[in-house]
Design a protein around this ligand. Sequence first.
Ligand SMILES: Cc1cc2nc3c(=O)[nH]c(=O)nc-3n(C[C@H](O)[C@H](O)[C@H](O)COP(=O)(O)O)c2cc1C
Length: 238
Amino acid sequence: MGTDGTDGTGAGDGAAERDAELLARMRAAPVLAGELPRFDPGDAPAAPGPLFARWLERALADRLPEPHVMTLSTAGPGGEPGARVLMLRGVDSADCAFLFASDARSPKGRDLAANPRAALTFYWPGHGRQIRLTGPVAVLGPEAARQDYLGRSPASRAAGFTGRQSAPLSGPEEYERATREARAHVAADPAAVPATHTVYRLRAREAEFFQADPARGHLRLRYARTADGGWDRTLLWP
Ligand SMILES: Cc1cc2nc3c(=O)[nH]c(=O)nc-3n(C[C@H](O)[C@H](O)[C@H](O)COP(=O)(O)O)c2cc1C
């Protein structure tokens, strides 16, 4: 906002007032109420993978919406950050590793090619839980890409052939034409897999579990891999 109380664009159309009103309404927005699950760090497993599986199992049992949706943060070669939401495509809880899939030519794919490290963040408001994972990212081979791709619905598979993810689009006509062509392509060759469809595997080096608990105090437990392949556990100030 500009020092004159406007939004700095010179539009003078009341945008600053609307922003202030939105902020006031945001502060009054309902918060999630109800019982949160208990988390006892003293009872946490020695490794984070089983704790992730335990929390995910509870999220699924309680039918939390889209618990498999997570934020992937990457950094480009110059260190510029980027973050976006992705689907979790697989878990290896024994090794605390997480799979996701995307187009290798997308901005995130280019970031990962230049700087193969990333962060994944899960937030499950219904449980007051956040899970943060950071570590190196490896590209799995063509067989993993094929299995991931062919496990999708025909519409989702067609999307992989419609164009280059995050490239500029001239308008809906270009999109509709590309979608029609992609659907025909998938129908004619159901086993086709786009060459750039890629499955990535983040192997956590650190994992942090946050449990909100307004009554007793929030809890944070961080796991860090040790040189001998085990895990250190540390409680953190919330
Ligand atoms: C709920 C949801 C799930 C998504 N899942 C994926 C996914 O699994 N893979 C993917 O490439 N993009 C997915 N996207 C789209 C990404 O958020 C993003 O817009 C796209 O991948 C381009 O990102 P980039 O330009 O940073 O590479 C998803 C978006 C939403 C809202």
